[in-house]
Design a protein around this ligand. Structure first.
Ligand code: GMT
Length: 378
């Protein structure tokens, strides 16, 4: 394929959309494309230098009149500059708000550029912001102005059609995972360090927003009564973390939980665990459950949003209704007491990841989408 010049806009934080956008950029650069990443800080997964990737930091100047400094305008300006200077073929924005509108503005300001705009919807940009009166009109406008709209699951595409009465085409490009990074390992050093020598290890990874229901994992831990004692590891940080700590304290479980924060080597912690817990009340896809599945760790989660498209109930994990603590705890107990079941489910998860959610396949799908859009250029 002809090497392309591709711009990628994303949030730099620990959230799924930023992780996906950055991993995609890294993979595309490795494939020889010229990549430009736009954000207000260097994305977490772009900490080290990568050949072929230029990071464009968007800074917003303060001004006495600015009660709300206009990041959108600053981002649009940087996008426009790079779009023109580098003749970008594609500008791929991740998370509709505000990125889809910024891409539109940047192109409107560059009448001589024929850059194609791709907008990937990730979840809360539709399910929460799409219902917020402040953004309800501007999001569908951004989608209409995009040359391609991508959703990470069938479920999210349906939601988009429903919330906005949107009838344009939507490509489905699911989340993916780098299986060289997220893989089964038998690293006793990490496991022992985490307390897994004589304890079962449960893990929860999220940004601790209330929709993750991280407190439910403590309730599950209370009900775990396998012969081996269990310890619960938390990866990530966010608004509900202190409430989760308090809950653990209230139940006298402080010595059974460990908060690891926003660490870099997420994969080794997940791979060292026995069961992963994701009791979310909404999830357009569930990147963290996919990462656990890729590491061969059975997932206990909820039957909501795009999760049933990722985890097959009874094969690579268990799906329960939101808040069904007893049901989730029963399956955790089952998995901890039956190493064969755990192993079989872990294996099934790795196979499913390879079949459906590999980085290689996703890279090809993205390149195909870009090629299709560029073939439409007059
Ligand atoms: O889950 C979050 O809180 C972060 C959010 C984001 O956009 O950064 O994640 C969403 O996008 C991920 C990547 O596509 C999906 O795997 C998550 O399921 C989705 N989160 C929700 O829908 C709540």
């Amino acid at each position: 394929m002809k090497k392309l010049r591709i711009g990628i806009a994303c949030y730099p934080t620990y959230g799924g959309s930023g992780v996906l956008a950055t991993e995609l950029g890294i993979a595309l650069a490795r494939h020889g494309h010229e990549i430009h990443i736009f954000s207000y800080a260097r994305p977490t997964r772009l900490a080290s230098y990568h050949a072929g990737i230029e990071f464009h930091n968007v800074s917003v100047s303060s001004y006495p009149l600015f009660h709300y400094p206009p990041y959108d305008l600053a981002l649009s300006s940087v996008m426009r500059q790079v779009m023109c200077d580098r003749s970008l073929d594609i500008l791929h924005v991740h998370y509709a708000v505000p990125h889809a509108i910024c891409a539109y503005l940047a192109r409107e300001m560059s009448p001589n550029c024929s850059t194609k705009i791709v907008t990937t919807l990730h979840g809360t940009d539709i399910t929460i912001l799409g219902r917020d009166p402040s953004y309800r009109d501007v999001i569908p406008f951004g989608l209409q102005q995009s040359d391609a709209v991508v959703s990470v699951s069938d479920w999210l595409a349906e939601q988009t059609r429903e919330v906005f009465d949107y009838s344009g085409p939507i490509d489905i490009l699911p989340n993916f995972v780098d299986q060289q990074l997220f893989r089964r390992r038998s690293d006793d050093v990490v496991r022992n360090e985490l307390g897994g020598k004589d304890q079962a290890l449960l893990v929860h990874m999220s940004n601790f927003r209330s929709l993750k229901r991280a407190g439910d994992t403590i309730e599950i831990l209370r009900r775990v009564g396998s012969r081996k004692p269990a310890r619960l590891l938390f990866v990530g940080d966010g608004p509900d973390q202190s409430a989760v700590r308090e809950l653990a304290q209230r139940y006298g479980l402080c010595d059974k939980v460990r908060f690891l924060g926003e660490i870099e080597n997420v994969a080794s912690v997940i791979a060292a665990s026995d069961v992963a817990l994701f009791p979310s009340e909404s999830e357009s896809f569930g990147l963290a459950p996919l990462e656990a599945m890729a590491c061969g760790v059975p997932v206990v989660t909820t039957n909501v949003g795009g999760l049933p498209e990722v985890i097959v109930h009874g094969e690579s994990g268990f799906l329960h209704n939101i808040g069904d603590i007893d049901g989730m705890a029963a399956d955790v107990n089952r998995l901890l007491e039956d190493p064969q079941l755990r192993n079989a489910m872990g294996k099934a998860g790795v196979e499913r990841t390879t079949d459906k959610f590999s980085l290689t396949a996703s890279l090809e799908q993205h390149e195909e989408l870009y090629r299709r859009l560029l073939a439409d250029t007059p």
